[in-house]
Every structure is written in structure tokens, then in C-alpha cells.
Design a protein. Structure first.
Length: 265
């Protein structure tokens, strides 16, 4: 096993936080935190928090709220905890089996995790259980790959190396139809459902650092290992492809997502 592969296994949360957080996540986190603050919640549950990009934005916007932060990945949650200190409570949790009492929270919030839940309706029902009557679920999902061209460009570069399109690249963008999401929410008992498109322009000053995040901080690293491809080669290929498409750094990339807001009866 190469040093870089071993590093990606041990430090995937760090690659994710440093490489992806500033480029892909912080702008959307600011949007979600602003929307959360407009609701004035006292008790907030964050789901699939990752390394805490949204957590930090929520704490800045809502300094007096009680914030409970969850993720199913221990390494990600540890990274989030390290960045927050005593600013929140942290707990490993599966979104489809939450270890909290009924009606324990005013607001549940999730950044880009819903598309990855294997049992979405079960997770929607479980979140509805722990949110008080009249409470809110606020989450976002990535738009289609066509609206997020970096994903197609990086995915094509990796596909050339591993011999097939990386499955992990398409999954986050496969749950992008607001009508389908609304139907799933209604089936789980949510009401007063709304959706809003959000566009962000990301700035990339370090294409190789961003490429490291995409390759070593995401599940695609497993597909690269399975294909016996050197991850350093994949990082270089992704960085070259992004620079060829968007120009020399610093360059700008369009990003698109949809925010969903729904309520318990």
C-alpha cells in the first residue's frame, strides 16, 4: 500500500475538510445557517454533519441555541468536534435510527447528506419523530451534474484512469428532482413543503488541493484503490482537467443546489 493511499484511509476527514469545505460547502453552509437563524430555533439537530462546515456556520449565526451534531462516520465527527470544542454536543448516529426522544428539537438541518441516505423515507420519518409539532426540517441537495460541471469534469478524468465512471460521483447528484423529494417527504408525514434553488460561485485558488479533496476525501478513493491506480496520478489528472476547463488559478466554478424546507404537522 502506497503512503498516499494509507494517508487517504487515515486522514480522509482532513482531506475532505481542507480540500472540499472551502470550495464546495462553505457558501451553501452560509445559506442554510441564514435560513436556520430566520426560524429562531432553540434546539437544533444537525444530521450527517461531516467535518462540521455547517456546524460552524450554525454556531456563528445562532450562538445561544442548543446544537446537537450527528454523523455516522466517527472520523468525520471527530474532526467536527475538534473544530468546535465545547460549542456543541456530538453523537454518532444513523439518521434512520436516531437516539433521541420524540419532539426533542425545534429544527433539524442537513447539508448534502440526504442524497446519500440508503433508506430515505425511513430517515425522513425518523427526523419527523424527533422534531416537535410545527417544527422544521431544512436541508439541501446537489443539483444535477449538468448544473455542477466540476463533477462531470473530475469524474471523466477519473473514469479514464479506472476504466468506468465512478459510481460515487453520480450518487450525490441522483437525488435532485424536487418533485420526487417532495413526494418522499409527504410519504413520511411532512407538510408545508417548499424548495428553492441556490446558486453559488466557488473560487479555486489551489486546484491540486481541491483535487486532493475530491480524490482522497471522498468515497471515490475506494474505487481508485480497487482499480490499482496510484491516487497521486488521479489527483494530478483531476487538477489538470479542472484547470483546462476553467482556466489558470484562481478560477471560478458554478455550483447549484436546491434547499428544501418542510414542517411537522
Amino acid at each position: 500500500m502506497s503512503v498516499l493511499i494509507h494517508s487517504s484511509l487515515d486522514h480522509h476527514a482532513d482531506f475532505y475538510d481542507a480540500g472540499l469545505g472551502p470550495v464546495l460547502l462553505e457558501g451553501f453552509a452560509a445559506d442554510l445557517a441564514w435560513r436556520a437563524a430566520e426560524l429562531g430555533p432553540r434546539r437544533i439537530l444537525e444530521l450527517a454533519a461531516g467535518t462540521g462546515v455547517l456546524t460552524r456556520a450554525l454556531r456563528a449565526r445562532l450562538p445561544g441555541a442548543a446544537l446537537t451534531v450527528t454523523d455516522i462516520d466517527a472520523a468525520m465527527l471527530a474532526r467536527a468536534r475538534a473544530s468546535m470544542g465545547d460549542g456543541a454536543d456530538f453523537e454518532l448516529a444513523d439518521c434512520a435510527a436516531l437516539p433521541f426522544a420524540d419532539a426533542a428539537f425545534d429544527l433539524a438541518v442537513c447539508q448534502f447528506g440526504v442524497a446519500l441516505f440508503p433508506r430515505k423515507t425511513d430517515a425522513f420519518q425518523e427526523v419527523a419523530r424527533v422534531v416537535r409539532p410545527g417544527g422544521t426540517y431544512l436541508f439541501n441537495c446537489w443539483g444535477p451534474i449538468a448544473a455542477n460541471p466540476y463533477a462531470r469534469i473530475a469524474g471523466d478524468a477519473i473514469a479514464t484512469l479506472i476504466g468506468h465512471p465512478p459510481e460515487s460521483w453520480t450518487t450525490p447528484h441522483a437525488y435532485a428532482d424536487p418533485r420526487r423529494i417532495s413526494l418522499d417527504l409527504r410519504a413520511a408525514g411532512w407538510c408545508r413543503i417548499d424548495a428553492a434553488e441556490v446558486a453559488v460561485t466557488a473560487r479555486v485558488a489551489d486546484p491540486e488541493g481541491f483535487a486532493r479533496g475530491l480524490v482522497l476525501g471522498s468515497p471515490v478513493s475506494a474505487e481508485i484503490r480497487a482499480a490499482a491506480v496510484d491516487p497521486a496520478e488521479a489527483v494530478a489528472a483531476v487538477a489538470r482537467a479542472l484547470t483546462a476547463a476553467f482556466g489558470p488559478p484562481p478560477f471560478a466554478m458554478p455550483l447549484a443546489a436546491t434547499v428544501h424546507i418542510c414542517h411537522t404537522p
